[in-house]
Write a protein that binds this ligand. Structure first.
Ligand SMILES: [Zn+2]
Length: 383
């Protein structure tokens, strides 16, 4: 069935917004997008139509640990407290919180999510939900004992996974035209351990009784993974908060998509990624949320809002693209993320309050206010 939807603004996720715009859809597929004509017979809405959001990085099974981890301690302290939270939380709570998180993702307008799992708990919830998903089965030491149906394999991070596993997960993703994901250049703790084998991560391993069986690489994560052949367009490089300009150049050369999780970086390490530099270098990063243990919500528009507050000179159009089309490109789902003829991104409506004016700058309004939104089309074809 073809529908003709119009609104005060259509924010496409790619290119300039269209004032008094109209979107023609056949099922989920965009047939046309343009300014409204006097002859159009539209379903008209007050506010902004925008594409379904893309969140390439979360850990839904960590949703029950919200509020159980102290901020500001670095990644080793975070990992220690996260492990204590796992031990003190029942599986019923883990399941209940993961289901609530899946519902929240749909509610805030997420069309596609990348979920990293160690247990597979949320995978059937995602399969049932009206949302597209890529599940990354993350295994610390090597191939999983218990497979998760339909999941892509992933390594956790270069300080926790042996080099063979880092290379193998990338090789599997590349040879199947699929996708993997790795936490990379997240925090100074990581750099110190990879260079010298000491510091907070070494202390973490001592406290956990972990015997690191692979050699210390003696170089930072990005050149280390590049040498292993573990960087490329089939691997999401998640965080990149602690990367140097030269390391980011390596990621660009290898065409490894960058996924920023700024609120998680700020919570764990009190730092934000250098977004102005990343954009000036020509990268088109995506935006993830990480888990609710280190982030207050699973809404990538709220991530964009934090970046806007920190970097007000970054164009709001780029921030919206990070939450939509650049995320879809990073996840190799080119039909999602933008309201463009031939694509099927899912359509959201963000209406202003009844008492408020229609925004003069819809992209700025979206990132500054993260307004409530509802689905007009999709996700996954449901209304
Ligand atoms: Zn993560």
């Amino acid at each position: 069935m073809t529908r003709t939807l119009s609104a005060d603004w259509v924010v496409t996720g790619e290119g300039a917004p269209i004032a008094d715009g109209v979107v023609l859809v056949d099922g989920e597929t965009i047939v046309d997008v343009r300014e409204r004509l006097a002859s159009d017979d539209c379903e008209h809405f007050r506010g902004v139509i925008l594409p379904g959001l893309v969140n390439p990085h979360t850990h839904l099974e960590g949703s029950a640990f919200a509020g159980k981890v102290e901020p500001g301690g670095g990644i080793a302290a975070f990992a220690w407290e996260y492990k204590q939270a796992i031990r003190s939380t029942s599986m019923d709570d883990v399941r209940r919180s993961a289901q609530a998180a899946v519902d929240a993702l749909v509610e805030c307008g997420t069309a596609l999510v990348g979920d990293v799992t160690n247990t597979g708990v949320a995978a059937p919830m995602l399969a049932r939900a009206p949302i597209r998903s890529v599940v990354f089965h993350e295994c610390i030491a090597g191939a999983p004992g218990i497979p998760v149906d339909g999941a892509s394999l992933a390594a956790h991070a270069p300080y926790s996974s042996p080099p063979e596993w880092l290379a193998e997960t990338y090789g599997i993703a590349a040879s199947s035209d699929g996708l993997t994901s790795v936490h990379l250049a997240e925090h100074a703790d990581e750099r110190r351990f990879l260079l010298d084998g000491d510091g907070p991560i070494q202390e973490l391993y001592r406290m956990l009784g972990v015997d690191v069986r692979f050699p210390i690489p003696r170089r930072p994560s990005v050149p280390y993974l590049a040498d292993l052949g573990a960087l490329g367009p089939h691997s999401l490089a998640v965080h990149v908060c602690d990367a140097t300009p030269m390391e980011r150049e390596t990621l660009r050369e290898r065409r490894s998509p960058i996924v920023l999780c700024p609120r998680s970086n700020d919570f764990i390490g009190g730092a934000l990624p250098d977004l102005p530099a990343i954009l000036a270098e020509g990268s088109q990063p995506a935006l993830g949320t990480d888990s609710l243990a280190s982030s207050p919500s699973l809404d990538v528009l709220e991530e964009a809002g934090v970046l806007h507050a920190a970097f007000p000179d970054v164009p709001c159009r780029a921030l919206v693209a990070m939450a939509t089309s650049w995320g879809a490109a990073a996840m190799r789902r080119p039909l999602l993320g933008a309201i463009v003829k031939g694509r099927a991104p899912g359509l959201l409506l963000a209406p202003p309050d009844d008492s408020a004016d229609v925004p003069a700058d819809p992209e700025r309004w979206l990132v500054e206010s993260s307004p409530p939104r509802r689905w007009l089309v999709g996700p996954g074809g449901s209304a």
